[in-house]
Design a protein around this ligand. Structure first.
Ligand code: BJ8
Length: 424
């Protein structure tokens, strides 16, 4: 990586903390990703993006800002990228996948808060996340109680916080709340840019976002093959990169790797052994660099064939209908698309269980590992329903509750190995 010290200083990063984070990330990446065998050639692009995630990509975002473009950071797949793009802005995900500055964090929010929330507090307090610092607007959403109460504190820690309200039921009133909030968000973007969103802008935003989702759906579908043509770790990484990279360039590279994978599948080649136990991962999102559980699973010889998660299929499965020819019509289509997301903050949320069953069948999974972050009420509560309903259909399930620490690796490995043995 080139020398970006000046850029990091200008962004206000803490060099000592930031270097420590980069060192940790580099080491983890080498040992987890680069040690895998027979990776598809196209992974080199995603390796490069990760290696430059705090360098070249941030430089691109700084250049965009200098040219007058605004950067919108978000924590949730409910923030509509179509609208961000339509307003001439760039959307970035704010990583929340590692513990940082824990002691400082626990001075401002309770210890028994989920790791994902603690992580973005730690990144902010430790001044280590260039994506947070480069964002002109940080959007926090009222989803789980943890996030919405934590944002009451977080909003005073960053100068540019915007809170988005979200419904919790799939009722007509819930849809109306979502629509009003999306319209308020669009107004906010228009105020920031000083420009009105046009019909053409919205069509283009929808086209770019749909193309990205289609490419990821294509990749997901290819993972049904046996032997598995890509590891679960690499597929997860591609999904994680989707939140950071330029969307058009990202889409091209996902399609490129899909072309290569299709050739491998036709030749009956894969990255894992044929008939390796196949796992569907389901539950909380796994943000960069949260690779602990997938690493444990795949080190047993099993392969992850799908992620029922926001960094995975929950975030990408529905496209936005682009057929309307009015701004209002397209806003409605965007609202309809996002209203289908089956996050566990909704009640009831039977669609999610049905989706897990569908994915299990589609990707020929042998079993499901439900991943819940400790103290995440929505997903941990729902994991009992998921387990009960899957077991009724004789689908093996393992419920895991963990955090971002490395302390439980031994215990998790034992449980996962035993589960994989059952699947064999
Ligand atoms: S749409 S899953 S990205 S809210 S893990 S912070 S739920 S206590 S992340 Fe999410 Fe949007 Fe839903 Fe997806 Fe709370 Fe649970 Fe923590 Fe969570």
């Amino acid at each position: 990586m080139a020398d970006y010290t000046k850029m990091w200083t200008d962004l206000g990063l803490n060099h000592e903390n930031h270097n420590a984070l980069l060192e940790y990330l580099g080491g983890a990446y080498q040992s987890i990703f680069m040690s895998q065998e027979k990776r598809p050639e196209g992974m080199s692009y995603f390796d490069f993006v990760i290696s430059e995630a705090h360098g070249l990509r941030i430089k691109e975002l700084c250049d965009e800002r200098e040219a007058g473009r605004k950067v919108i950071g978000s924590f949730c797949v409910f923030v509509p990228e179509e609208m961000v793009l339509a307003a001439g802005c760039t959307s970035v995900g704010l990583c929340s996948g590692a513990d940082f500055a824990q002691e400082e964090v626990e001075k401002v929010i309770p210890r028994n808060t989920c790791s994902l929330i603690k992580s973005f507090f730690g990144f902010s307090l430790g001044k280590v996340c260039p994506y947070m610092e480069v964002s002109d607007l940080i959007v926090g959403e009222n989803t789980c109680d943890g996030k919405k109460k934590a944002f009451e504190t977080f909003k005073d820690m960053v100068p540019n916080f915007y809170q988005m309200d979200l419904p919790q039921t799939k009722t007509p009133a819930g849809r109306q709340t979502l629509k009003l909030e999306f319209m308020r968000f669009l107004n906010q973007l228009e105020e920031m840019t000083g420009k009105k969103v046009t019909l053409e802008g919205l069509k283009e935003g929808i086209a770019i976002t749909n193309a990205k989702r289609k490419a990821l759906q294509r990749l997901a579908t290819l993972r049904a093959a046996d032997p598995a043509p890509i590891s679960g770790l690499d597929a997860l990484l591609i999904n994680q990169v989707s939140f950071l990279d330029n969307p058009v360039r990202f889409t091209e590279n996902v399609n490129k790797i899909c072309d290569q994978i299709e050739v491998e599948i036709a030749a009956n080649q894969g990255v894992k052994k044929a008939k390796a136990p196949r796992i569907l991962l389901s539950g909380c999102p796994m943000a960069i660099p949260n690779w602990k559980l997938p690493t444990i699973i795949e080190s047993t010889g099993a392969v992850i064939v799908g992620e029922e998660s926001c960094i995975g299929e929950r975030g990408l499965r529905n496209l936005t209908d682009d057929s309307a020819n009015t701004i209002e019509g397209l806003i409605d289509a965007i609202v309809d698309r996002y209203f289908k997301i089956d996050c566990a903050v909704f009640t009831p949320n039977q669609e999610r269980v049905e989706h897990i069953k569908e994915m299990k069948a589609k990707y020929n999974a042998d079993g499901v590992i439900h991943y819940g972050l400790q103290f995440c009420q929505p997903y941990i509560m729902e994991s009992f329903t998921v387990e009960k309903q899957l077991e009724k259909e004789n689908i093996p399930v393992l419920r895991i509750e963990t955090d971002y620490s490395q302390e439980d690796i031994g215990q998790l490995s034992t449980r996962v190995e035993a589960f994989v043995e059952i699947l064999k």
